[in-house]
Every structure is written in structure tokens, then in C-alpha cells.
Design a protein around this ligand. Structure first.
Ligand SMILES: Cc1cc2nc3c(=O)[nH]c(=O)nc-3n(C[C@H](O)[C@H](O)[C@H](O)COP(=O)(O)OP(=O)(O)OC[C@H]3O[C@@H](n4cnc5c(N)ncnc54)[C@H](O)[C@@H]3O)c2cc1C
Length: 284
């Protein structure tokens, strides 16, 4: 349970962090340490250099900007959960952050760390997909924005290059949207065996104008339940319609199997939780 030796660096600017990232061999960025440190203790990760992002000012801010809300990559789950701005203008994100693990993990773990780590059972990727969020990175070639749909590649794999730092996440302001995040949690850790983020808008007559359903825990990466969305968009939602649509949540998905659940059990949970999340959003 003791990590392999490493050299610790504590840059105070993004430039300094980037210089370290590009000039040293075998470097890992450290944010909240809630995923990286356990891996290091188990010696599944043995980086020679640790670059701690915690001393870089401004990377934890949460502010309204244009038509969206900009969240610094170092904003902790607890800061996201308790942000008045997000609660009013993009409640799905605090609703999700509040379900992560326990208060100790939420006080240390960060939004950027969760997304960069891309744990297939992590909660935030489902929500980031449902929100059509965008991720801003900086690297030696400059800055770039990556859409949520292009960000997650697979188990612990993202579109981030090894020499890039995720600095910001931009989410939309949700005017009149109804949202909910529900999960069947693994008892010991709180990770999602299945987690579903639902975000929808109804028109004046109660027809579903827009719907986004993000799913985590089911496959090797979070995904949008496109067939569920297709079956509900443009319809007046009722319990039967939602149940029938939710049945399609694993359509074309290679459902994972592990000690927390067989393929059949996960598929069943995904259907049940998709229905419940949509119903919960509707009554929000
Ligand atoms: C007991 C326990 C229970 C947990 N339960 C849950 C849960 O219920 N739901 C859930 O979603 N998560 C859970 N987690 C994980 C937690 O949410 C972590 O906070 C998160 O996965 C990683 O965030 P971090 O800031 O700690 O990142 P770190 O551990 O510091 O880093 C993780 C990885 O991301 C990279 N990285 C970090 N920041 C950046 C950046 N800005 N740019 C580029 N790369 C970066 C690091 O190099 C590293 O590879 C749990 C963790 C623990 C220890």
C-alpha cells in the first residue's frame, strides 16, 4: 500500500505545469488524488513525476459566461454540489455530484479529475453527455475544445493527449429543463452499477420537445441512450410510453459483466433506472 518513489512538483501557473508535463518523462497530473493515489498505492500506476495542479490559481471557479456556465477543472464535487449558480441554472450537475461517494471524497475529488480519469462507473460522464458539455484543454499546441460526445473513448481512455491539461468544462444554462440523476450504487464505494442522467423540456402542451439521457456503469464508457431519446422526443410522455422506451437503453450496447452484476442484471437495472430517471425529471 506504499506507492513507488516519485518526484513531486507543485507548479503555480498553467505554463509551469505544461512545461513540466512536456519536459519530464513519465509524468502524471494530480488533482484530487481520489483515483490516482489508490492506483499508485496498489502500484497499478508508478509515475516518476507527479505534477500537482492544486497550486494553480483560478482553476476551481464556477461562473456564468455567455450562454453557459464555465466550471474550472479543479472545482471539487462538493463545490459543484453546493454551487447556487449551478443549482439554479444547471441543476443536473449538482444533482449528480451529490451522489458521488461520501463527503470526504467529494471534498477532494474534482470535476476535471473525474472526466479525465473516465471510470466507466463514474457518475459525471453520464451527466456531461446529457448536457452536451464541452471540455477545454491546453497543451503545447495551444487550446482546444472537445465536445462531450467526442471525449470518452473507453475504459480510462479519453480524447485528452498525454501532454494536455483539462482546464475547464462548459455546460449550458438550462432554461425550463426538467432533470434528474439516479443510480444503483455499488454499496461500498458509491460508484454506479448503473447511473442515468435525464434532461428534458416540455412545450406548453406537455409534449417532449427535447430529451437527453446519459448512461454510465453499463458499458466500458458512458453513452447517450439514443433510441430511448428517439422514442420519446415529440411525444406526450406517460408511464407506459416511458417504460417501453426505457427497454431500449442497452440497444447496440456491449453490456459489461463483473462482480457487481451480470449482463442480464445490469440490462434490467438500466431499463428500470432509465424509466425512473425520466419519471423523476418529469416530476421535478
Ligand atoms: C472511496 C471512493 C469512492 C468513490 N466513489 C465514487 C462515486 O460514487 N462516483 C464517482 O463518480 N466517483 C467516485 N470516486 C472517484 C472520485 O470521484 C474521484 O474524485 C475522481 O474519479 C477523480 O478525480 P480526482 O480529482 O480525485 O482526480 P485524480 O485522482 O487526481 O486524477 C485522476 C486521473 O485524472 C488525471 N487528471 C486529473 N485532473 C486532470 C486535469 N485537469 N487534466 C488532465 N488530467 C487530469 C490524473 O492524471 C489521473 O490520471 C470514488 C473514489 C473513492 C476513493
Amino acid at each position: 500500500m506504499i506507492p513507488a518513489p516519485f518526484e513531486y512538483h507543485s507548479p503555480t501557473s498553467l505554463k509551469e505545469a505544461l512545461d513540466l508535463l512536456t519536459s519530464k518523462e513519465d509524468v502524471k497530473l494530480l488533482a484530487g488524488g481520489q483515483s490516482l493515489v489508490p492506483l499508485m498505492k496498489l502500484r497499478l500506476a508508478k509515475p516518476k513525476h507527479i505534477v500537482d495542479l492544486g497550486g494553480i490559481p483560478g482553476l476551481e471557479s464556477i461562473r456564468e459566461e455567455g450562454d453557459g456556465i464555465s466550471i474550472g477543472a479543479l472545482a471539487t464535487h462538493a463545490e459543484v454540489e453546493s454551487s447556487d449558480l449551478l443549482r439554479k441554472r444547471c441543476p443536473l450537475l449538482p444533482q449528480t455530484a451529490a451522489t458521488i461517494a461520501d463527503v470526504q471524497v467529494r471534498n477532494r475529488g474534482t470535476l476535471g479529475g473525474s472526466l479525465a480519469h473516465a471510470d466507466p462507473a463514474g457518475d459525471l460522464p453520464a451527466t456531461i453527455l446529457a448536457l452536451d458539455a464541452q471540455m477545454k484543454t491546453v497543451g503545447p499546441k495551444g487550446e482546444r475544445w472537445i465536445k462531450a460526445e467526442d471525449f470518452f473513448f473507453g475504459l480510462l481512455m479519453t480524447a485528452l493527449e498525454p501532454d494536455e491539461i483539462l482546464t475547464e468544462v462548459k455546460v449550458p444554462v438550462l432554461e425550463h429543463a426538467k432533470t434528474a440523476y439516479l443510480k444503483a450504487a455499488q454499496r461500498a464505494s458509491g460508484f454506479a452499477v448503473v447511473g442515468v442522467a435525464a434532461c428534458l423540456k416540455l412545450d406548453a402542451r406537455g409534449t417532449c420537445e427535447e430529451i437527453a439521457v446519459g448512461v454510465t456503469g453499463v458499458a466500458d464508457k458512458a453513452y447517450r441512450a439514443a433510441e430511448v431519446e428517439r422514442r420519446l422526443k415529440g411525444k406526450r410522455l406517460d408511464a407506459k410510453l416511458i417504460e417501453v422506451a426505457a427497454y431500449e437503453v442497452c440497444r447496440s450496447i456491449d453490456v459489461v459483466e463483473d462482480i457487481n452484476g451480470s449482463k442480464e442484471y445490469r440490462t434490467h437495472l438500466a431499463r428500470v433506472y432509465t424509466g425512473r430517471a425520466i419519471e423523476a425529471a418529469l416530476s421535478a
